[in-house]
Write a protein that binds this ligand. Structure first.
Ligand code: NZQ
Ligand code: ZN
Length: 379
C-alpha cells in the first residue's frame, strides 16, 4: 500500500426532505449566489425548496450553466459574484453546475491576470476559493464530495480538469427524490460514470490494498445489482438512494487511498467530448473496453480478480465482455458507430492534441499519443 493523506471535509446531508437543511448551513452575513443549470430545478420542485430554505438570506441568482460547463459562462458568473459581493455559492443541479460553482469560487478569489491559468495548471495555482455548498440532483460525478471540476472552453474546444483541496463543498444535500425527474438517458449516464470512476482507481495492478479492492468491488457490484431497477423504476426510492450514495462513494477519494490509479479513460474521453460533444459517460463507455484490450497484459491480474469477484467469470477477456454487456444492458453504446463518428478520424485528432501537450497516461506511464490513437482507431 502506498502512503496517503485522506481528508474529505464535505458534510453530507442525505435523505428525503433534506433540502430544508441547506439554509442553516449557509452564512447569512453576505449575499449567496444561487447557481443552476438549464432549468430542470424549476420543473421538479427543487428550486422552490431551495428558495424556501434561503428565505432569510439575500439571494442572487445565476442560471444557464450548460452541460459541460463553459469557461465563458463561468466568467460572467464571476462578475456577478464580484458586483454583488456574494460570500457563498450554492449550486443546485448535476455535476456541471457543481463543477461550474467550484471554478467560479476559485476564479472569484484568483489574483492572476488570466483565469484560464486555473485550468491550464489543473488547479495548482488555486490558493483560496469562496466557500460553496451543493444540492445535488444527478448522481454521477461525485462532484458533491470531491475537489474536482471539469470546464470546457468554447473558443478553443478544450476541456480541462482542475483538482484542489480549496473547492470541496462545505456541505452537499443529497435527496434521492430529486432524481425522480431525471431522463432515462441521464440515469444511464450516471451509472456508467460512477462505474468507471471506481475502475480508474481499481483497474491497475495488485498493490497490497485488499480493503480498497473490496470497497471498489462492492460499489461495482451494487451498481450492477441495482442499476437495472434504478433505470426502470424512476420512483423507486431505495434504488435511487442506493445509486446516489454509490456514485458519491465512487469518487469521494476514499477508495483511491494508497493505490495506483489510471485516469486514461477520462482523459481520452474529455477530448471526445471537446471534439464531438458526446456526453461524458458516452465517451467513457467507448474508451474503457478498448483501453483494457490494449492494456490486457499489464492489467491482467486485476482484470481477472474483477471478473471473478464481480461477474463470476475467470478470464480477462470475459471480464471485458461482461462489462460491455452491462453497459449495453443500460442502453449505453460502446462504439463510435452509434454516433456516426469515424474511429480513424477521432484517433488522429486526439493523437495530435496529446502529442502537442506531450500527454502520457496510465499507471505505468506507458500510454502515449500513439497508443491512444490505436485504442481509439479500434473502436
Ligand atoms: O441543466 P439542467 O436544466 O439542470 O438539466 C440537466 C442537464 O440537462 C439535467 N438534470 C440534472 N438533474 C436533473 C436533470 N433533469 C431532470 N431532473 C433532474 N433531477 O441533466 C443534464 C445533465 O446534467 P449534468 O450536470 O451535465 O450531468 P452530470 O452530473 O453527468 O455532469 C457532467 C459533467 O461533470 C463532469 C463531466 O465532464 C461533465 O462536464 N465531471 C465531473 C467530475 C467531478 N467534478 O469530479 C468527474 C466526472 O468524471 C466528470 O468528468
Ligand atoms: Zn466521470
Amino acid at each position: 500500500m502506498q502512503n496517503f493523506v485522506f481528508r474529505n471535509p464535505t458534510e453530507i446531508v442525505f435523505g428525503r426532505g433534506t433540502i430544508a437543511e441547506a439554509g442553516k448551513r449557509v452564512p447569512a452575513q453576505a449575499p449567496v449566489l444561487l447557481l443552476y443549470g438549464g432549468g430542470s430545478i424549476k420543473r421538479n420542485g427543487v428550486y422552490e425548496q431551495v428558495k424556501a430554505t434561503l428565505k432569510n438570506h439575500r439571494v442572487v441568482e445565476f442560471g444557464g450553466i450548460e452541460v459541460n460547463p463553459l469557461y465563458e459562462t463561468c466568467l460572467k458568473a464571476v462578475d456577478v459574484v464580484k458586483t454583488s459581493q456574494a460570500g457563498f455559492i450554492l449550486a443546485a443541479g448535476g455535476g456541471s453546475v457543481l463543477d461550474a460553482a467550484k471554478f467560479i469560487a476559485a476564479a472569484a478569489r484568483f489574483a492572476g491576470p488570466d483565469s484560464w491559468e486555473i485550468l491550464r495548471s489543473h488547479g495548482v495555482v488555486i490558493q483560496s476559493a469562496l466557500p460553496l455548498g451543493a444540492v445535488l440532483t444527478l448522481p454521477a460525478t461525485g462532484s458533491e464530495s470531491n475537489g474536482n471540476a471539469v470546464i470546457s472552453r468554447e473558443a478553443t474546444r478544450e476541456k480541462l480538469a482542475l483538482s484542489s483541496k480549496h473547492v470541496f463543498p462545505v456541505f452537499s444535500v443529497l435527496d434521492p427524490e430529486t432524481t425522480f425527474s431525471l431522463p432515462r438517458k441521464q440515469v444511464r449516464n450516471g451509472i456508467v460514470d460512477a462505474f468507471v470512476h471506481v475502475m480508474e482507481q481499481y483497474m491497475t495492478y495488485p498493490a497490497a490494498a485488499p480493503l480498497q479492492d473490496r470497497f471498489a468491488e462492492s460499489i461495482l457490484q451494487t451498481l450492477a445489482e441495482w442499476g437495472p431497477t434504478t433505470l426502470a423504476e424512476p420512483n423507486h426510492y431505495e434504488a435511487r438512494a442506493t445509486f446516489m450514495w454509490s456514485a458519491t462513494m465512487a469518487l469521494n477519494t476514499l477508495i483511491g487511498c494508497g493505490v495506483p490509479q489510471d485516469w486514461s479513460t477520462h482523459m481520452i474521453g474529455h477530448e471526445l467530448t471537446a471534439f464531438y460533444g458526446l456526453d461524458h459517460a458516452e465517451t467513457l463507455a467507448i474508451v474503457l473496453p478498448g483501453l483494457w484490450k490494449h492494456q490486457r497484459e499489464p492489467k491482467k491480474a486485476k482484470l481477472e480478480q474483477y471478473g471473478q469477484r464481480v461477474w463470476n467469470v475467470s478470464t480477462a477477456d470475459d471480464a471485458i465482455a461482461r462489462t460491455e454487456d452491462f453497459f449495453h444492458s443500460l442502453g449505453m453504446p460502446t462504439r463510435f458507430e452509434a454516433y456516426h463518428i469515424n474511429p480513424a478520424e477521432a484517433a488522429e485528432k486526439v493523437r495530435t492534441r496529446f502529442a502537442e501537450r506531450k500527454t502520457v497516461l496510465g499507471e505505468h506511464r506507458d500510454i502515449g499519443p500513439d497508443a491512444v490513437a490505436s485504442i481509439l482507431a479500434a473502436r
